[in-house]
Design a protein. Sequence first.
Length: 448
Amino acid sequence: MEKMIRLLLRAADIVFMNILWCDYANIIRGKAIHRNLFEQGGSFPVSISKAQLGVSACGDYVVPESPCIPVGEIFLKPDWNTLRVLPYLPGYASVYGEMTQWGQEESIDPRRFLKNALKELSQYGISIKAAFENEFTLLNKVTGEPIDKTLFASPSAIMENGPFIARLGDALEMQGLEVERFYSESGFGQYELTTRYSDALEAADNQILFRQTVHGLSAQFGYAATFLPKYAQEQAGNGCHVHFSLWKENRNLFRDAFGKNNHPDLSESFVAGVLENLPSLMALTVPSPNSFHRLKPHCWSGAFQCWGVDNREAALRAITPPESHCAGAKQNIDHFELKTCDASSNPYLALSGLILCGVLGIKKGLALPPPCQKDPGSSTAEELARLKIARLPLNLLECVRAFESNSDFNGFFHPMMKEAIIAVRKEEYRKLNALSFEEQTALLKDRY
Ligand code: MG
């Protein structure tokens, strides 16, 4: 460990440094290292069993079909770029631990996987910027009830809960996220706070920090936060839409090239690849059985396999720039938003999957169908068939099967990683779907 980092941790009076990872159940975990270990300098091995990638959200046991068994160690090597002093918890810091084995990067590490996906994309001379748009529900820790009954963008949420919101904004800023907007969302106790886009790896790292910070700060206010996609059947779900743009040098391809020619450019093919592979991708972006309670028509959650310009019911919304508003046109797009994503996803896997689907689209030179400029949930079955718009899978198993049989993915995924993800998803489908909605949310609400 570099002397400078040691000195920095000492100056910040850090007692514990939490080495984080996010597993295939998409749960964030950490092993906290006391300063007795890191103050001496040198290395301080932190290891986990490979079996940690074989656990599901149902509980801490290795799922029977997982190839990640309790034999073999993974070492967590801090990526110091991700070191943060936690502004909401004096004496603590966190850092993301990259998985290594025998000193080599571990190929089943979700973060490493994202780095590989970015390399795939870079072969086409393009890069991606992204941001996760988080919604979450704040519950009273004692009663389990939402902390307010405010609706979308109610100023009273700020009146009632201003100190929490301000501290959350500050805490995120102090960890390097750029906060942009806050408003209460439609669900009771449901909040949304958006942060600025960045390079994809940073966006995924930020998502870990975001989830951690909301939970950490909530605990201090007597709240229990949950990012669970659907906490209450009758309330709006918690989405975590992915906003993304593609860049060549310093040019945003959606602004400069998308829809400008008769043939599809790289950015159009990328989006077409995401659209085409969406049922498989959903195994990574809406990966919990609970996710499917959220994915309903008329909920702005992306339940239909279509894209549309400024269409909040399309799975892929093309967002027009404010200065050249021209709804309905294929041109004049600033960036895209994937709505079919929630925060029960592992941000590294979700972004990797998105990128790989996009790369498949580029490889095949796919073109987008015409945009859907109406609410597909209000269309008749005949109309949807004519427009070739499908309702997206209604349950996780369908997505896992699509993911499993998608042979185009094979070249990308390490076989053990793919097998382990499938094993975890199937276990969650089996066990969690056997529960009532109330039992399911009670079990999962603290996990996300
Ligand atoms: Mg929202």
